[in-house]
Design a protein around this ligand. Sequence first.
Ligand SMILES: Nc1nc2c(ncn2[C@@H]2O[C@H](COP(=O)(O)OP(=O)(O)O)[C@@H](O)[C@H]2O)c(=O)[nH]1
Ligand SMILES: [Mg+2]
Length: 243
Amino acid sequence: MISLIFPLYNEQENITHYPTDLFPIIDDIKKSAGENFEYIFIDDGSRDETVKKIQEITRSRTDVKILVHEKNSGMGTAIKTGLSACSGDLVITMDADLTFRPVDVAILIAKYQETHADCISGSPYLEKGLMEEVTPFRLIMSKSVNFLYRMLLGGGITCVSPIFRLYKRNVLSEMEITSRNFEINAEIISKLIIGGKTVVEVPVPLLKRKYGESKIDIKKEVKNYILLLYRIFKTKYLHRKWV
Ligand SMILES: Nc1nc2c(ncn2[C@@H]2O[C@H](COP(=O)(O)OP(=O)(O)O)[C@@H](O)[C@H]2O)c(=O)[nH]1
Ligand SMILES: [Mg+2]
């Protein structure tokens, strides 16, 4: 079984589109790939109608778990809550705004079936023209940070930040993850590479968010990503502890 993990924070508009834009797409993949799925939704102290909406639209489904944080604790914390509650042997982490397309879950699975890698990571940087729209400031920040990670980590990874990934669950269960925010994805991929696990990137498009607002605070996140780079340096070259 494959667990699909969705961190949710103030995503009421996006959730109303799941009956057309998410569930039928995954149902098709279920048939074609011969895999079963469970959905894990983690609400992270949303102040809008996220919890009510997700409960409403999933009421008749038996393949859904909804977990609720009373207080907003960050996307990283939400993913960790999801990981501790899921039961698939494979785990896919996804964006609630579906900016990574549900149809591309099939690409992650096909690559896993071909390689049996520990992690298949979707990257919009692997080929030209995959990014629908992004502000120049955010693109420059992101490309610079990714360049630094590539230098430090090796492994030729083009993009460390995307959430759109498939993992072997046992590989993640063995890992101590400390990030509470968006940098969790960079922490996980860094630890996989440092630990000698296999990571394979696949090109996937990244669309523009259609509904609701992005929650990212770029300046805060860049700080977190730089701190993480320092930790990688300490662990990889000075053989010191991560924290
Ligand atoms: N649990 C949780 N999820 C969050 C938080 N902030 C953002 N998210 C979710 O993380 C995903 C990515 O966030 P988003 O705002 O789209 O950021 P962007 O795609 O980087 O602009 C979405 O599924 C959000 O609902 C948070 O504080 N807690
Ligand atoms: Mg988004």
